[in-house]
Ligand binder design. Sequence first.
Ligand code: C2E
Ligand code: MG
Ligand code: MG
Length: 706
Amino acid sequence: MCGLAGAVLYAVLPESPAVIVLATGLSLAAVAVTVAGVRRHRPVTAPWWYVFVAGACAWVCGDLIYAFQPPFPSWADACYLGAYPMLTVALFRLTRQRGPVWSGTLIDSAIIAVGVGIVYWTFLIAPIVTDPTMPPLTRAVVAGYPTAGVLLCAVIIPILLRRGPRSASLWLLTAASALTLVCNVLYTLVPAGPARLLFTGYLIAYVLFAAAAAHPSMALPVAGDADSLGRSRLGVLTASMLLVPAVVLIRGDWQRWGVVAAGSMVLFVLIAARMAGYMRRVDSQSRQLLHLAMHDDLTGLPNRRELERRVTRALTAGPCQVIVIDLAGFRHVNDRLGRAAGDQALTAVGELLRTCVRDGDVAARMGADEFAVLVRTPDGHVANRLLEMLRHPVQAGEHELLLTARLGTAAGEPGMAASELVRRADTARYAAKAAGVPLVAYTGELDERAEAAERLGADLRHSLDDGDFTVVYQPIVELSSGRTVAVEALVRWTHPVRGPVSPATFIPVAEDNGLIVELGEWIMRTACRQFARWRRDLGDAAPEYVSVNVSARQLSEPGFPDVVAQILLSTGLRPDELLVEVTETAIFGGGVAIEAVETLHDTGVRIALDDFGTGHSSLGLLRAVPVDVLKVDKSFVDEIAEPGREAVIVDALIHVSNGLGLRAVAEGVETAEQAGYLRGLGYHLAQGYYFGKPVEHPDFTAAARV
Ligand code: C2E
Ligand code: MG
Ligand code: MG
């Protein structure tokens, strides 16, 4: 703004030394701002910006010398003429995509240069070069200006005609180039014209060039289709070609060459028309291909690539927000209701998102059951609005599905890479899923946590090879006698550096990286082998069965029931001596996990629902899955002695379990009072620190206190 004001001031003030100082100061300030912009934003094109600065400095030197009105030709002309090659080469490199120099743009420039050059040569340069009255140096200098003008024309016209989006910096460069071109053409056509006005034009161009360098978008790679042949570009190229026969027509011998010149003009136009038709077809096909490559087939929404492209654009304009949405457990919809219903549900979610995003925002499908929304003007409420909407059931065929959405949000600032912003939102989404909460906003701490989990995962692998795991056993006792009826096998990890790590910390990590499959198999084999040893050594004094926890990931491994059968065979255990504890969340989704449970149950292995009452639809599951034992979660037992909901639930559960012919085990009993209450309610089995902590070698000979 200051620069533009200075340029206007220069235009209106009367001629004086102060005005020359103002113009020089303004030019130098523009050069300084350009250098500062390059140093601050560090673009990959920095070397070309410096070539540009060198050209601009040469130009300012020319202005300075010219101000002292030297005789013609002078050093001022040397500076001006020296500046042109630097400015044109720099402009050419700064306004096109990176890649080989020999490209369509260069050929276009060459066509324009030859066309315009022939006109300049015929009417401006040739008369000067062949004028014997002028000294050779004067001739060279006078001819140099139109020659440089041709160069500038050849570089700037393709810039003006380029297609595709332009960043703010590229717009400023385009405007500055256009102004320079206009001033140059005016100066060439009317050398004795209004010099002050032309200089003002050049000054404004300096300021615009400096603004282009100062804008942060100058560091972005030049996007778009600078090379493609649009209608306007084809028009300009055809016009450049027509200039040649036009010159022949104007200068030539009408009688002899008129028909040839007119004929070649018609030929050029016909060829251009033919090319235009072909280009139109190529254009429409490439648009279709681009649409296919950038959109999701099923929902028609932009895909991940397109979203990242739009995020890149949004980030150049200002702050924005990305929300990644995961439909938890959606995989099971396909398993349970079939692919067609799954596709319908995804289409419905896509439609829902499409209708709820505001103008300018973008809804996209990132992958199987993952969607994303780009919010151009974050107001902090969009994520909650989305959550609210996703709470309504969606239609999948004849089914109405209630989906559980997990959202991760991340805020983006200009200068950030789109892929990084999407990654952050993804990390937050992942954290929401892991914590089982609807919405998490990204913070640096999430990355630290993810890194720690990754390190823990790598350590798990080493410990599995080095044998740092053990299995401990917690008694499940009969409340009436204190006899140990069964034991629950619980894994323990002694980390070589950190010492003991809780299963609550490492089991989810092992689930995530898949190690739970190998670890779980080892636990089951170890527990069964140990149980077989107790049966052999203690006979009837040994417990009746061993209870082993099995995680969701293990259940969804296709060969899991076979692994269990093989372990039973190799350890010599009867199937009813093994009980598999599954959590409600592990089998909630149905599909492979439920099939595995059914197969196990059919072979005689018994099934317990662990942490009963804490999942989504505990009672519903009792209809869908063959269950033998309910393990009533510790959170209910904790409050059992207080009047309240928990006590009522524990009471109700024993009735449910008796009614369905199941056994109930109360978990986490820590006091005699709790044990007494449970007995009073009709519970027969319980487990907890009160009866015995998990240890490697429990004592089965002595009855536990009850
Ligand atoms: P879970 O299967 O419900 O196991 C019961 C947990 O409660 C065990 O914690 C046990 O030590 C603890 N516990 C038992 N009685 C009491 C009590 O009176 N008071 C208190 N405060 N806690 C009691 P642990 O061993 O830390 O295991 C935590 C969870 O990690 C387990 O919950 C289970 O979901 C998982 N887990 C443990 N071992 C395995 C395993 O071998 N495989 C799999 N897949 N998961 C396991
Ligand atoms: Mg358990
Ligand atoms: Mg439990």
